[in-house]
Design a protein around this ligand. Sequence first.
Ligand SMILES: *Cc1c(COP(=O)(O)O)cnc(C)c1O
Length: 406
Amino acid sequence: MSNHTNQQVREQFDHVMVPNYAPSSMVPDRGLGSRVWDVEGKEYIDLTAGIAVCALGHCHPELVAALTQQANKFWHLSNVFTNEPAIELAETLCKLTFADRVFFANSGGEANEAALKLARKSASTNFSAEKCEIISFVNSFHGRTFFTVSVGGQAKYTEGFGPLPEGITHVEYNNIDALKAAISPRTCAVIMEPIMAEGGIITAQPEFVKAVRQLCDANEALLIFDEVQTGMGRTGDLYAYQGFAVTPDIMTSAKALGNGFPISAMLSTEKIAAAFAVGSHGSTYGGNPIACVVAKKAVEIISDPQTLQGVKNAREKILAGLEKINNQYNIFSEFRGLGLLIGCALTEQWQGKAKQFLNASIEEGLMLLMAGPDVIRIAPSLLISDEDIALGLERFSRAIDSVLKS
Ligand SMILES: *Cc1c(COP(=O)(O)O)cnc(C)c1O
């Protein structure tokens, strides 16, 4: 336990940090599995997993072992040298997905940056410089680098940062006709999240995903799946594209890939990847050996059919509990998403109030997320126990009760 109170540490935050974040009043001190303790020793059930990052919970012993073993060998040598942990992780990912080439980076935004750059490079190499248009979806989220934030479909994140990069078109999600009207031979890529996560947990309709694939093929455009949040078992498949049975040309993975150790990957086919010739793109830390050994172990555990089945079972338990809560309080209009990415959409009466429920949950010893102001997001460890689910829902019910009485 730290020598400081939650309030003392939280106040210090405002004195030393750039004011772009507004963190919770609770200051975490340590975590284990799906439980977290704050600096005052209070316990919480964690249904956030570090924003869908710690898919195997906090301090999973096999990940700790992989990390410490590599920490005693070497930490970093750069991409000037061949890196065996990176090769082994790439082999594992290629074996388990459509991909046959991998580029490693350190965050979701960077993996998407690489994907978008590869799509442009591939089009200019194989077609012409005019084939440069990128189509993405309104309300989508792809990261905060300048290119990815411009491709993302939320104007509030680009306001004040202009002039923005050109050649980007936004169309409505789950609207086949809108995409049909926008796509053309000038389009080099369509980028989409299988579930728009930050945009409110909106799941793509299966027929929409199939239509996107067909429209890309008809226009020789690449299909990029941003699986930064939906990947690594979150939906009950190792990657969500496998559940939709639609294969992208480029896919990105981050968040849970390293379970909290920063790493991301861009995956593609040999043919497309060829456009990234020597010197065309790079990253100092990309493929960091500690990150790679942790990620390889995480991929092995998550791709185990037992883990993936556990995701489906846990979803059913959580949804059953949420239905029960809603029968009593009637604050949710629907539950969305797939697997353990669950969006609880608030009814008309509670629009814009997600934060109130999050704050009340902290008081009750429960960590939750929002996906915009109208949706409470639940994204726990894929290994969460029945006991922790039950306890978490009990605390959620108490938190809702306190908001309704306030
Ligand atoms: C979180 C997220 C990103 C950005 O990842 P960072 O690691 O924050 O750069 C991109 N796309 C999706 C779908 C995400 O959920």
